[in-house]
Structures are given as C-alpha cells and as structure tokens.
Design a protein around this ligand. Structure first.
Ligand SMILES: Cc1cc2nc3c(=O)[nH]c(=O)nc-3n(C[C@H](O)[C@H](O)[C@H](O)COP(=O)(O)O)c2cc1C
Length: 370
C-alpha cells in the first residue's frame, strides 16, 4: 500500500493523493494575460495524475511581476484570459487547481531566464521596483523604492483583489508566495528588510506584513477552501532568515488557519550557499512539521517515486510538490502509481495506454470496440 497515493483533505478540498504540481513561472504571458502556451501547459499537467496543480506565481499588480512575461491577475483582462483555460481543465480532469499569489518586490523588472534573468534598467523598458527597504538585490542595481504606509496598503489590497478574482474563477485553493526572495520573503529576512518602523527590526515586526497579507486574503477567500503558503525556510546566509524563525512564522500562521506550508529555501541573497542534493529541502519541511504540526509539502530535487513515498510514509512531510520532474515527465504520477501500487485518474481517451502489467492503474475502466 502506497502512502503517496492515499487521500488527504485540506479544509473541504479532498485530494486523491499527496502530489502537487509545483508552481512554475512560464514567462510567456502578454501584459499578464495567459495565452495559448498556458492553455497547453496547464491542460497537459492537469492530466499528470497529481491531485493538485498550482498555477505559477501570479502577480497581484503589474509592477509585482518578476519579468514582463509573468502571469498576472489584476484586472478584467487577466481574469478573462484565464477563464477558458480553467474551463478546459475542469472539462477533462478532476485535478484541484490552486494559484500562487505573488509579488516580486525588489526582484521585479527582470529579464526572462532565457535572456539572462538580470534586472531590466528603466532606460531599457524596466520599471521602478519596490521593496521593504531601499536595498538592491545585487550590488550595483538601482535600489527599490521602500514601500510607505500607502504602498503597503495598496499591495495588500492588490493581494485581496486577486484572491477575489481567483474565487470568481472557481479556483480551489490559494498559495501565498512568501519564498525565493520575493516581496513577502523580503519583509521576513533581515538581509532585505532594514526598516525602522513596526515592519522591521524584531522578528515580530518582520513577520507583521506577510501575516497581514495572509489574514487579508484568508478573510476574503471562502472559508471552506484552503489557503497555503510557500516559504523559504532559510536564506542559506549567516545572519539571514533561518529555520528557527520559520518555525515562529509557521506557528503564527497556524494560529491564523494556514492549510499547508510548502517548504523551499533561498532566493533573497546572491551570497547564498545552497547544499544541493536529492531532497535537500526535506529536512526543512520535517523540522517545521515536527515543531508545529502544520501540514507541510516537501519540494526540491524530489525525482523518484520511492524517494517521494519514503518522505510521506515516514512522516517527514504530508505532501510533495514536484516542479522539474513534472516538466520532464508530465505523467510522473502515473509512473509513480504503477511503481508503488497506487491508482491515478486518467481521461478515457488515454485508458488504452494502461500497461497490461498494471490492470487497475486507472481504477475500474473498461474499453470496448465492435
Ligand atoms: C520553470 C520553473 C519555474 C518556477 N516558478 C516558480 C514559481 O512560480 N513559484 C515558486 O514558488 N517556485 C517556482 N519554481 C520553483 C519550483 O516550484 C520548486 O520549488 C523548485 O524547482 C524545486 O523543485 P524541483 O526540484 O521539483 O524542480 C520554479 C521552478 C521551475 C523549474
């Protein structure tokens, strides 16, 4: 019996297994609007056998996009662009759809990765970025404008407006992006947050803005639907954000009803030294789960079915999220179910692909012809 393929419930959302397709920026939107690439990409991974697909980091306002190609949900046009894609997924798959709500803060206005990923100067079509403090991500870059009280309220309200649009689109869950050196992580980390007001300095103060944003979106998203968060559990820099602080943050989130913590790391400083290796972030998820009991997702270099099974079966994390492995093998969960003795849902158009050695892989299916 596979634990990876046992169900889990997040509020009223019943998931068939413990696998989420991790949010993955596609850098391919037009003015924040999804297009045929997103249609293809999302529909393809909606058939992956994972229980939940998380739509890529979705900017809550235009200046919060990492790159000019990043997806957004801040006006009627961006909402309308996503609608037919969601409708198509619903027609052909039972996968739950989450959306990652994001603001890039000082890491906005970047070139897409395949053009090098560096800051686009304003003179070359970039835009003035904003952050907790007027400190640039890399030395020599134009510093962000520090958000004042009106700016903080504007960005918080933008998160709320996007959460409402996500609900109007009928999405099942939200994940607040508080990782990888983007705006909310920039508030948490003493490396990027040097404010002297109530949003900077002590841990309590650095957590204040991310918690306010969490509370604000939780308040407008339907009670029965889950809201999770993705964190960087450590900056991998001496004196930066670390696991003990993440545990404090997770405890505060638990009090506020967070439904999962997706545990990543890094992204706030070019000085980071990341000990990359298979499942290298699993111990971070485990530490948070052990200390707080919050439902956690492990992510990062999880590529093998047995590896994933061991993570959830041993209780190191409750779920796993897969990014690159899913792009490489969009039927990863089918293959994992076959290997581990689990079951996945497949569309009837594909039932005939079921291997003769795994007659129950897609459940009770039958296929006839005259
Ligand atoms: C193409 C690509 C785009 C990504 N975009 C996002 C994103 O939008 N939000 C996010 O939190 N992480 C993003 N990530 C990070 C992944 O969600 C994941 O945390 C990371 O890749 C480690 O998991 P993996 O080893 O399974 O790829 C992205 C990763 C890739 C490969």
């Amino acid at each position: 019996m596979s634990t990876l393929f046992t169900p889990i419930k997040l509020r009223d959302l019943a998931l068939r297994n413990r696998i989420m397709v991790a949010p993955m920026c596609q850098y391919s939107a037009d003015n924040g609007e999804a297009n045929d690439w997103h249609f293809t990409h999302i529909n393809s991974l909606a058939l992956s056998g994972a229980a939940m697909f998380c739509i890529e980091a979705t900017a809550v306002e235009a200046i919060g996009r990492i790159t000019p190609g990043c997806l957004g949900l801040w006006n009627d046009a961006t909402e309308a662009a996503l609608r037919p894609i969601i409708a198509s997924v619903r027609k052909h798959s039972n996968i739950a759809i989450a959306m990652q709500l994001a603001h890039a803060g000082r890491k906005a206005s970047s070139h897409v990765p395949w053009d090098g990923g560096q800051l686009i100067p304003m003179s070359e079509g970039g835009w003035q970025v904003e952050g907790p403090s007027a400190l640039s991500h890399k030395e020599g870059e134009t510093p962000p404008r520090a958000l004042d009280a009106a700016g903080l309220a504007r960005v918080r309200d933008a998160f709320v407006a996007t959460a409402k649009r996500a609900e109007r689109l009928g999405l099942d869950a939200l994940e607040l992006h508080c990782a990888h050196g983007y705006l909310l992580h920039q508030f948490l980390s003493p490396i990027s947050n040097r404010r002297t007001d109530e949003y900077g300095g002590s841990l309590q103060n650095r957590m204040r803005y991310p918690l306010e944003v969490f509370d604000a979106i939780r308040a407008v998203f339907p009670e029965h639907k889950p809201v999770g968060i993705k964190v960087s559990a450590t900056d991998w820099v001496e004196g930066g954000w670390d696991v003990p602080q993440t545990i404090e943050f997770a405890s505060e989130l638990k009090k506020r009803g967070v439904d999962w913590i997706d545990v990543s790391s890094g992204g706030v400083s070019p000085q980071q030294k990341i000990p990359l290796g298979p499942g290298y972030q699993v111990p971070l998820a485990q530490a948070i789960k052990q200390a707080t009991g919050v439902t956690t997702m492990a992510v990062g270099l999880i590529t093998e079915p047995k590896q994933a099974e061991e993570i959830v079966a041993s209780g190191k994390a409750d779920m796993i999220a897969l990014a690159r492995a899913m792009l490489y093998d969009p039927r990863w969960a089918w293959h994992a179910a076959a290997e581990l003795g689990g079951q996945v849902e497949a569309p009837p158009q594909y039932w005939r692909s079921q291997p003769s050695t795994h007659k129950a892989l897609f459940g009770a299916t039958s296929f006839g012809a005259r």
